[in-house]
Design a protein around this ligand. Structure first.
Ligand code: ZN
Length: 382
């Protein structure tokens, strides 16, 4: 789940923007933010004709600066260098509530006030997903660039403090969402799924195996799937599969996340195998198929509305999983071609429904024919 207001904010502020200047300089921008004066050093990604800016900070946060809030801007010849793990940890610990500490892995920075064992468990889960994701696409012939920034996860010990924090980014939805990736801050936020850090503060959690045991229970698997789903979004956005400020159809980004989301904590690798049948999504798709309208593929591909409406979202996610499963299995070369096109989308160019449909059909062929092939294939999937 990516907070909707973030996408809306980015989308709404930049329609009239033109491309920014050379990327090598470091820009120093002073602006008003929520009543405070703030200086951000970073890289201007997009510059509006009216003076508005989209700024990538050295900690990976994307700032939208409307012209009326833009106080001053200077730049020098210093290269843009992202903050290191350590620098980022110092900065974020200063921003988070008291009591947080950091745990670092090769690609991740886990900031937590949960038990250290749980933070380590999260870091290890993310690293396994990162490796599985890399290997999967490498075998398919799609080379992923390394992420520019450390990948950040903020882990709260308990549900209540997580919800308080998440409310500022998700609004009321925070109460029903266990974790999310924020496109603007580039961070994941979640809580200790075992609930143990909160129930027995200060108690030493015995081992990662014990956490696996708790979270392998059938009632917990959905929660872990949510975290893996969000971590997949973060990896995909940070490893060049889609741009954080480009137009990526939701069927594509969500389809990818649900394709990777099924964890298996009884396995050393953490997954039964990437791309195995996602039984929960398959069951939902089978149910949806009985009342699926003839233009279902067209509405899924051309617009994001079905994902945004809570009445249709579950069916849309199920269909996005099914379509991704079918295309990767049966039309792998075309899927890679389409993936490459999506990854090269220019910042802040929002495609019309017609453009989306045309681009899709240019790669995969006539939609009606594809739909028949798709449904035939999915009927056999067990
Ligand atoms: Zn998602």
């Amino acid at each position: 789940m990516i907070p909707r207001n973030t996408q809306w904010l980015l989308r709404s502020l930049v329609v009239c923007f033109a491309a920014a200047g050379p990327a090598s300089a470091l820009d120093h921008v002073v602006f008003e933010h929520e009543g405070h004066r703030r200086q951000v050093d970073g890289r201007i990604v997009v510059e509006a004709k009216d003076g508005g800016l989209l700024l990538m900070a050295r900690d990976g946060v994307l700032w939208t600066v409307p012209p009326e809030e833009n106080i001053s801007r200077t730049s020098d010849d210093e290269p843009f260098v992202p903050l290191t793990h350590q620098e980022l940890a110092v900065r974020l610990l200063g921003e988070l509530p008291p009591g947080f500490t950091s745990h670092q892995t090769v690609h991740y920075l886990v900031l937590h006030n949960s038990s250290r064992t749980y933070a380590r468990w999260c870091g290890a889960l993310f690293e396994r997903l990162y490796m599985a994701f890399s290997n999967y696409w490498k075998r398919k012939g799609f080379a992923l660039p390394e992420p520019e920034f450390p990948l950040v996860a903020v882990v709260f010990a308990d549900r209540a403090s997580y919800e308080r924090f998440a409310q500022s980014e998700l609004g009321q939805a925070a109460g029903s969402i266990l974790g999310y990736y924020n496109l603007q801050t580039n961070r994941m936020t979640m809580c200790d799924l075992t609930g143990v850090s909160a129930a027995t503060p200060g108690q030493r959690i015995r081992s990662a195996a014990w956490i696996n045991e708790i979270l392998s229970r059938p009632e917990s698997l959905m929660m872990v799937a949510t975290i893996v789903h969000e971590a997949t979004h973060q990896i995909a956005y940070n490893r060049g599969m889609h741009a954080r400020f480009g137009d990526c159809p939701l069927w594509f980004s969500e389809g990818l996340a649900v394709y990777f989301e099924s964890p298996d904590l009884s396995s050393d690798k953490g997954w039964r195998g990437i791309g195995e049948v996602n039984h929960m999504r398959l069951a939902r798709f089978a149910q949806y198929s009985r009342r699926r309208p003839g233009n279902s593929l067209a509405t899924l591909i051309s617009k994001d509305d079905r994902f945004r409406n809570s009445a249709t979202a579950m069916d849309a996610y199920a269909e996005a999983w099914a379509l991704t499963y079918f295309l990767i299995r049966k039309r792998s070369g075309d899927y890679l071609k389409y993936l490459t096109q999506i990854s090269q989308k220019k910042p802040f160019v929002w495609d019309s429904p017609e453009t989306r449909l045309n681009e899709f059909q240019a790669v995969f062929g006539d939609l009606e024919e594809l739909d028949r092939e798709f449904l035939r294939y999915m009927q056999r999937v067990r």
